[in-house]
Design a protein. Structure first.
Length: 434
């Protein structure tokens, strides 16, 4: 993606490189952030590549290849009329800071997780509390009391994911050296924790990074809003939803990475079949073999199963009344910003903490109860959907979701908190140039 729009002297010459870690949940927000910067007049180049499944091997190679490519690319641009001023890099690539420093380019990490989750990791890194926890709860400044199951899953089980855990921890290794730290959130949503972290580092909340056409419900079919690693069944989903009543469908998706066990998949399938609502369920191609046999055929009157969908368009559709989600940060922000209450069924990493906030802080969802062997049973799934779609508590969640939707829109609109932060960043860059 290579964009440039003129907006007065100095702005169009200011060149920002953006590099996400190449998974869907990181590409989406960083691409949308790039587009916002471009709409303010900066020249923005986003660089990405295709990912692989074998993380351990990949991470080392990724670092090696990206490091040398960055040096070459920045050198090439510096010989052109668009020298690079800032590299906005995915927070999990903190080593990029060392590279740009040597090249006299500013670096700015971009966090694709919530400010609360990142702040928990920050405290762990500072040794503020022991992990695994010694008691059943922990008290962290600016946050509600968190139970063991509300903390990011890695914290209870660092040894099972050594590579990911060290990736998460190194996010802060260059924290002291940067002038900007971007967060895909908005300060009204995470008010206290944003203030707390901002007292330590130059935090800039710039989200939600959702194209404004979705926030304004001006959906234009021709607009290409993403850079998708998966192929959506866009027409099939929207045509199907168009035939459904308002607030009659539960949308179910576990994002681009999570993989449910076979037993859990089966419970979910029968829970959806038994629920009173119709469903649109994203089951990625590799996961399809876990569906009970004949499930798709047997439920074709009631549900649609697709391998990927245009999620923003689906969440913005009037037929959708509830989002059964794994609570990935993008999905959480998208549902909040489009006013859709949730059934929270977190799997791992930051999702457990997001689920806690969805239920207890923002009041926009219910969290499923996990039964024996870590399985959420079909009755529980059916009951949670009923509560959100039909229950009295569901009405409250619906109203809360509408309020967050308004606040999200205000934050990114001209003069809103996130828009002001982006303006300030642009102004400081241009100031330095002149
Ligand atoms: C992961 C983590 O779970 C998340 O918490 C982290 O902060 C970023 O990386 P992922 O598990 O894929 O991402 O979930 P999520 O953050 O929700 O991102 C998924 C993205 O894919 C969303 O932007 C969603 O709109 C999009 N999507 C998902 C589709 O466009 N179509 C689909 O069918 C499913």
């Amino acid at each position: 993606v290579d964009t440039k729009m003129e907006r007065g002297r100095g702005v169009g010459e200011t060149h920002v490189l953006v590099i996400p870690y190449p998974v869907q949940g990181h590409i989406n927000p960083m691409l949308q952030f790039s587009k916002r910067l471009a709409s303010k007049g900066l020249k923005v180049t986003l660089i990405t590549t295709t990912p692989t499944n074998n993380l351990d091997d990949y991470l080392e190679r990724f670092k090696l290849i990206v490091s040398s490519s960055l040096v070459e690319l920045i050198g090439r641009y510096n010989g052109s009329e668009y020298p690079v001023r800032v590299l906005v890099y995915d927070s999990v690539m903190s080593w990029a800071q060392d590279i740009v420093e040597r090249l006299s380019v500013d670096g700015a990490p971009f966090f694709t997780q919530s400010c609360a989750v990142s702040t928990i990791y920050y405290h762990v890194n500072q040794g503020a509390f022991k992990i695994p926890l010694e008691g059943p709860t922990v008290s962290i400044p600016s946050m509600p009391i968190l139970g063991v199951n509300d903390l990011p899953s890695f914290i209870n089980d660092t040894s099972s994911y050594p590579t990911l855990w060290s990736l998460v921890k190194t996010q802060f290794s260059n924290f002291e050296k940067v002038n900007w730290v971007f967060f895909n959130t908005f300060c009204e949503l995470e008010d206290e924790v944003v203030k707390w972290l901002a007292s330590k580092r130059p935090i800039k909340t710039i989200g939600p990074t959702i194209p404004s056409m979705y926030l304004d419900r001006r959906i234009d079919d021709d607009e290409d809003y993403g850079l998708s690693l998966f192929k959506p069944n866009a027409d099939a989903c929207i045509t199907w939803l168009d035939t459904k009543d308002t607030v009659s469908v539960v949308y179910v998706s576990f994002g681009s990475l999570a993989s449910l066990g076979e037993e859990q998949m089966e419970e979910l399938a029968w829970g959806l079949k038994r629920s009173n609502s119709q469903f649109l369920w994203v089951v990625r191609e590799l996961e399809k073999k876990k569906l009970p046999s004949n499930f798709v055929e047997e439920t074709s009157e009631k549900g649609l199963v697709v391998s990927w969908c245009p999620q923003l368009e689906v969440l913005a559709h009037k037929a959708v009344g509830c989002f059964m989600t794994h609570c990935g940060w993008n999905s959480t922000l998208e549902a909040l910003s489009l006013g859709v209450p949730m059934v929270a069924m977190p799997q791992w990493t930051d999702q457990t903490t997001n689920a806690k906030f969805i239920e207890d802080v923002w009041g926009v969802g219910v969290r499923v109860k996990v039964g024996e062997n870590g399985i959420v049973k079909r009755e529980e799934i059916k009951e949670c959907i009923r509560e959100v779609m039909e229950g009295e508590r569901g009405n409250v969640m619906q109203r809360n979701a509408q309020r967050w939707k308004e606040l999200a829109k205000e934050a990114v609109n001209e003069g809103g908190s996130s828009d002001n932060n982006i303006e300030e960043f642009v102004a400081r860059l241009v100031c330095r140039l002149e």
